[in-house]
Design a protein around this ligand. Structure first.
Ligand SMILES: CSC[C@@H](O)[C@@H](O)C(=O)COP(=O)(O)O
Length: 351
């Protein structure tokens, strides 16, 4: 089954997206008409995954432009600035959110009338959406250079169709390898605390018929050593200029296990997730989320009542643990300071 996680329906003026908090039990589509609802959906992780968050934010600006009652271009821009501010405050780590909003802001700044503004924000959001599809396909194509014919993967969190517009990044690589005739098996970290691996990645791989096993996060090093692995593929929320990579909490531990077991560790990164203005991982803001995500599972308390909790949602994998960063312009290899710079230049030059 192929599905689109996110879609703008222009004649209804709605952003249709899969409510990821209801999966895997129920496939529910939400039709959101206003920027506040889209912002809440991002904050509450109904839509999640760095690229999907960026696309949703872009359409939130479209929705705000459509709904605004402003009677002048200046007032319309004011309304959109307010929407932009709330969206920027929704989640701090995934740079795609800020990247998409920066693109929208440039278009808003260039508009010469209210009509042209509304037309051009829609066109820009559509372009961001379409690029995401093409970029993920290109990442999968380049990834095949490093995927052996028989491939046992390790994967963390959810990086599939749900986290993007269509194919996905790291999970898209696993799916593409399977569909192009590789003999694939994937170990999926369950990904505490929100269980994106157990709930979302497993659900997706079942749709595509990819053999897999969900494992608890702490089992990955043991399984790597005893069962073997060919490569780890993960996504990312922000890649710094030196290659340090922020991704879902637990990614760093998987990278350490990979290093100890001699397993190549690949980050799948659309260039929209590479932030050349952030020099190292230390400069990346790590989102801290509600303690209830740890103390409760499906609204049932599992932690001792009154237990202290600390819930960072992401960690940073140091560049030295990363074998390659797979982008839509090819695979960046260490030293990443040079290879990422080259890739971003290729992007800039339109190669
Ligand atoms: C292609 S998705 C890449 C990342 O965004 C993904 O691995 C991840 O960390 C998602 O975190 P989440 O908190 O579920 O939005």
């Amino acid at each position: 089954m192929a599905f689109r996680s996110i879609e703008w329906i222009e004649d209804k003026g709605v952003l249709r997206l899969i409510d990821q908090t209801r999966l895997p039990d129920t496939l529910v589509y939400l039709d959101l008409t206003d920027e506040h609802a889209i912002c809440d959906a991002i904050r509450d992780m109904k839509v999640r995954g760095a690229p999907a968050i960026g696309v949703a934010a872009a359409y939130a600006i479209v929705a705000a432009a459509k709904r605004s009652k402003a009677e002048s271009l200046k007032d319309l821009r004011e309304d959109l600035r307010a929407a932009d501010n709330s969206l920027r405050a929704s989640r701090p780590t995934a740079v795609n959110l800020f990247w998409a909003l920066d693109r929208m802001a440039r278009v808003i700044g260039a508009a010469t009338s209210m009509k042209s503004l509304r037309t051009s924000v829609l066109a820009e959001a559509r372009a961001i959406e379409a690029e995401d599809v093409a970029v993920n396909q290109a990442i999968s194509r380049y990834a095949m250079e490093v995927v052996p014919q028989r491939a046992t993967f390790f994967h963390h969190c959810n990086t599939g169709s749900l986290a993007t517009v269509d194919l996905g990044t790291a999970l898209g690589v696993i799916r593409t390898a399977h569909e192009s005739g590789h003999e694939v098996f994937a170990y999926l970290d369950e990904t505490r605390p929100r269980l994106q691996g157990a709930k979302l990645s497993a659900w997706e791989l079942m749709q595509y018929g990819v053999p897999h096993a969900v494992i608890v996060d702490g089992a990955a090093p043991h399984i790597m050593r005893t069962k073997g692995a060919d490569l780890c593929v993960v996504g990312c929320d922000r890649v710094a200029a030196n290659g340090d990579t922020a991704n879902k909490i637990g990614t760093y531990a998987l990278a350490l296990a990979a290093k100890d077991n001699g397993v190549p560790f690949y980050v799948c990164a659309p260039t929209s997730t590479i932030d050349m203005t952030t020099q190292t991982g230390e400069c990346i803001e790590i989102e801290t989320r509600d303690e209830g995500e740890i103390t409760h599972i499906n609204a049932v308390r599992v932690a001792a009542k009154g237990a202290g909790v600390y819930n960072p949602a992401f960690d940073v994998t140091p560049a030295r643990l990363i074998s390659g960063i797979i982008t839509e312009f090819g695979i960046a290899k260490p030293p990443f300071e040079d290879s990422l710079m080259r890739i971003m230049k290729d992007k800039h030059d339109g190669k």
